[in-house]
Design a protein around this ligand. Structure first.
Ligand SMILES: CSC[C@H]1O[C@@H](n2cnc3c(O)ncnc32)[C@H](O)[C@@H]1O
Ligand SMILES: [Zn+2]
Length: 656
C-alpha cells in the first residue's frame, strides 16, 4: 500500500481530462499537493492508504473552478450602483469612489471577503486585476488560493500610482517580489485600450516577457468601445492589442464580447485567452460573447465573474450556467454550448485560457490537487439519473449551486471542510467590509445630493468667474447694421472674431441649477475643424438688474465634456432637458480697457429665432461687474438699441 496525504473517495469523479473521463464511483489520491492517482474507488482503495480520507458519497469530485477575470477587492463596492451602462458605472461611480477610498487596506479586506465567497463556491484559482495588487496577492496567499494577480496600469492617475510610469514601476517591484511563488503569479494589467497608450501596452508586454508572466487586459467589452476604437485608431481593440505587443506574451483578454471573426482569428493565432463574464456583460448591458464561434474557431475560452460591483457575486456556477443558456436562447440551437463544454470553460478550457493548464483545470496525475467536492443530494438537484454518463455535466451546470460545494482543496490543502472555511474568519471579514462600506455610503449620500460634487467627481473642472453681466436685445434688420457699424467705432478694438454653430443641451434641475453641454463648431474659414465640447454647471442665479443690463452672480464650473450627452443624462438624471441650436457671430472687443463679447445670434428651429444681440462680460469682482454693466449701457446707446428691444430672459428660458 502506498501512503498518501488525502483520499477523496466514493464520489463521481469528473476529470475534465482530454478523454472527458468520468468515474461514477471514483477516487482521487493526493500527496504533497499533487494528484497521484485518479480512478475507480475500488482500485484506488486497493493501492493507497491516506492520513485523511474524505467520504464523497452523493458528491461530485470536480477540478477546482477557475475564475478567469475578477477584480476581487471590488467586493467592497458590491451593490454600490446598479442599472447603469459601463461608461456611467465606471467613470461616474467606480473611478471617483476608487480614487477616494482604495488603499492597501481596501484591497486586502476586499480580497479576503472575495476569497471567502469564491472558496465557498468551489473556485480555487482566480485571475485578478486591481490596485495595490500586492495586497491581493498577500491575502490570496494567506488563505491558500491560487491566483494570477495583475497590477493595473493606465494613463490616468490611479489610487496607487499618479502616473503610468509609477504604475509600471510598482508592477515591476511587485513581480520581482513574488517571482517563483508556487501559487501566486504576479503580473501587470494594462486596463484597456481606451484608458491606455501604445507605450503602456508595450512596456507592460516587455515586463511580462522579462518575468515570464501573462498580460491581463480588458478588450472589446462593449460595442461602443469597438466603434470608438475603429473611429480613433482604425482598428478593433483586439487588433490594436496585437499591434501594441499585448499578444507577444501570453495574454488574458477579459470580455471579448464584441470580437469580430477577424479578432477571433487573431486571438487563436496568438493563443490568447478570451474570458467573457456573462453576468457582468448582461448587467452592464454590454452584450453576450460569441461563445459558439469562439469555441469553433479554436480560441482559448474561459469564464470570469468580473468584479463584484458589476456581477454582483463571484459564483462561477452562475457563469457556467449562463454560458450554457445564453447561446441557446440567442441562436435557437440547444446544442450551441452543451453542458459539458460550458463546464469546461470554468475548468480545463478555463485553465488553458489563463495559461495554467499545465498545473490545474483537470483531475489528472501530476496536476496540482485543486479540487472541489459538490453535493448532489440536495432538494434542487435530486433525483439523479445516471443511465447516460454525461448526465453529471447537466447536473453540475443546470442544477448545482455554489452553496452545494462542501469541500475545497488547493495544492492538496483543505480550505473548506464540511462547509467550514478553514483559513478565513468569515464574520470578522464581513464586519471589516461593512465598516469600509459605511464610509463610502456617507460619501455617496452627500455626493448624490450635490451636483457640484458629481461634476467634480468626473475631473478636469475649473471654476469660472462668478459675475456675469449681459444684455440681450431682439434686433430689427436696421439694428443689425448699426451693431456692425458699432464695431468700427474708434473706442472699440476687436481682439478676435469667430463664427460658430452651437448645439446646447440644458439639464434643468428643480432646485434652479442647470448643466449645459455645449457642442461648439467653428464655421469661419481656417478655424479648428474639430468641435469643442464643454460641460458647464451653473448654480442658481442671483440677479441684480443694473439699468439696462442684467448682472448675475452665480457659481459656474466648466470642464471639457469627454463623454456623450447620453452619458451625462444617465449620470445626472435631470428633471428636464432643453435643447437649443444657434448660429453665432462673435466679436471679442476691448472697450475702455474692459473686454466684452458681442454676439449676433439666430436660434435655429425656434419660434422666436431672432436675430439677437448679446453683449456679455465676466469678472470675479462685484465692483468690476458694476463698472462693466455701465459700459454695456454705453455700448447699447452707441449702437442705438431701444429699450423696447431688450429681452430679459436667457435663451433656454425663452425655449420653455
Ligand atoms: C483593471 S481593474 C481596475 C479598474 O477597472 C475597473 N473595472 C472593473 N470592471 C471593469 C470592466 O468590466 N470594464 C472596465 N473596467 C472595469 C475598476 O473599477 C477599476 O478601476
Ligand atoms: Zn473587468
Amino acid at each position: 500500500m502506498e501512503r498518501v496525504d488525502t483520499l477523496l473517495i466514493g464520489g463521481t469523479v469528473v476529470t475534465m481530462d482530454a478523454a472527458w473521463r468520468i468515474f461514477s464511483d471514483g477516487a482521487v489520491a493526493i500527496r504533497d499537493g499533487m494528484i497521484v492517482a485518479v480512478g475507480p474507488s475500488a482500485e484506488i482503495a486497493a493501492h493507497y492508504t491516506a492520513t485523511e480520507t474524505i467520504d464523497c458519497r452523493d458528491c461530485a469530485i470536480i477540478p477546482g473552478l477557475i475564475n478567469g477575470h475578477a477584480h476581487v477587492p471590488m467586493s467592497l463596492l458590491r451593490g454600490l450602483v446598479a442599472d447603469q451602462q459601463l461608461d456611467v458605472w465606471l467613470f461616474g461611480y467606480m473611478f471617483p469612489v476608487e480614487s477616494q477610498f482604495v488603499d492597501a487596506e481596501f484591497s486586502y479586506t476586499g480580497t479576503l471577503l472575495s476569497c471567502a465567497e469564491m472558496i465557498r463556491g468551489g473556485t480555487t484559482t482566480f485571475v485578478d486585476m486591481y490596485y495595490f495588487e500586492e495586497e491581493v496577492a498577500r491575502a490570496a496567499d494567506e488563505v491558500g488560493m491560487r491566483a494570477i494577480c495583475g497590477q493595473t496600469v493606465m494613463r490616468l492617475p490611479t489610487p496607487d500610482a499618479d502616473s503610468f510610469d509609477a504604475g509600471i514601476e510598482r508592477a515591476r517591484r511587485f513581480m520581482a517580489e513574488w517571482r517563483g511563488h508556487p501559487r501566486i503569479i504576479a503580473t501587470v494589467a494594462p486596463h484597456a485600450p481606451y484608458t491606455c497608450t501604445d507605450e503602456i501596452y508595450r512596456q507592460a508586454a516587455a515586463l511580462c516577457a522579462e518575468f515570464g508572466a501573462p498580460l491581463i487586459t480588458h478588450l472589446s467589452e462593449t460595442a461602443r468601445e469597438v466603434e470608438e476604437s475603429i473611429r480613433d485608431r482604425e482598428v478593433t481593440p483586439i487588433r490594436y492589442a496585437k499591434r501594441v505587443g499585448a499578444f507577444d506574451v501570453p495574454c488574458i483578454a477579459a470580455h471579448c464580447v464584441h470580437a469580430t471573426e477577424d479578432d477571433l482569428r487573431l486571438l487563436r493565432e496568438a493563443r490568447a485567452g478570451a474570458v467573457p463574464c456573462p453576468t457582468s456583460n448582461l448587467k452592464l448591458a454590454s452584450g453576450v460573447a460569441p461563445f459558439r464561434r469562439m469555441i469553433e474557431t479554436g480560441v482559448r475560452v474561459g469564464l470570469g465573474t468580473d468584479g463584484p460591483a458589476s456581477n454582483d457575486d463571484q459564483d462561477m456556477f452562475t457563469e457556467i450556467q449562463l454560458a450554457a443558456l445564453l447561446p441557446k436562447g440567442l441562436s435557437g440551437d440547444p446544442t450551441a454550448v452543451p453542458a459539458r463544454e460550458a463546464f469546461a470553460l470554468a475548468t480545463c478550457w478555463g485553465a488553458r485560457a489563463v495559461h495554467l493548464d499545465h498545473l490545474v483545470g483537470s483531475l489528472e496525475v501530476g496536476k496540482r490537487a485543486d479540487i472541489a467536492v459538490v453535493e448532489l443530494r440536495r432538494l434542487h438537484s435530486a433525483p439523479r439519473y445516471t443511465y447516460a454518463p454525461d448526465a453529471i455535466y447537466s447536473h453540475l451546470v443546470y442544477s448545482s449551486r455554489a452553496a452545494d460545494v462542501r469541500d475545497v482543496l488547493v495544492d492538496g490543502k483543505l480550505l473548506l471542510r464540511n462547509r467550514h472555511l478553514l483559513t478565513i474568519d468569515e464574520d470578522a471579514i464581513i464586519g471589516r467590509a461593512q465598516a469600509i462600506a459605511a464610509r463610502i455610503n456617507e460619501f455617496l449620500a452627500t455626493r448624490e445630493r450635490n451636483l457640484l460634487a458629481k461634476i467634480l467627481a468626473l475631473g478636469g473642472v475649473q471654476q469660472a468667474e462668478i459675475f456675469e453681466i449681459q444684455v440681450k436685445a431682439r434686433l430689427q434688420p436696421a439694428d443689425v447694421e448699426r451693431v456692425l457699424a458699432l464695431l468700427n467705432h474708434p473706442a472699440i478694438t476687436i481682439t478676435k472674431t469667430s463664427e460658430r454653430t452651437q448645439y446646447d443641451t440644458y439639464f434643468i434641475f428643480a432646485n434652479g441649477e442647470r448643466i449645459r453641454i455645449r457642442e461648439d463648431h467653428r464655421t469661419d474659414p481656417g478655424a479648428r475643424p474639430q468641435p469643442k465640447y464643454t460641460i458647464t454647471l451653473m448654480a442658481e442665479a442671483r440677479r441684480f438688474d443694473q439699468s439696462k443690463s442684467m448682472m448675475i452672480s452665480r457659481a459656474r464650473y466648466t470642464a471639457p465634456a469627454d463623454h456623450t450627452v447620453r452619458f451625462y443624462r444617465e449620470y445626472f438624471q435631470p428633471d428636464r432637458i432643453e435643447e437649443l441650436e444657434k448660429r453665432r457671430r462673435r466679436w471679442r472687443i476691448l472697450y475702455k480697457d474692459h473686454d466684452f463679447a458681442i454676439n449676433l445670434d439666430t436660434l435655429v428651429g425656434h419660434s422666436d429665432p431672432g436675430p439677437f444681440l448679446e453683449i456679455k462680460s465676466r469678472t470675479w469682482s462685484r465692483r468690476d461687474a458694476e463698472r462693466r454693466a455701465e459700459l454695456i449701457g454705453e455700448l447699447l446707446e452707441l449702437a442705438g438699441i431701444a429699450d423696447e428691444a431688450l429681452v430679459l430672459q436667457e435663451y433656454v428660458e425663452m425655449a420653455v
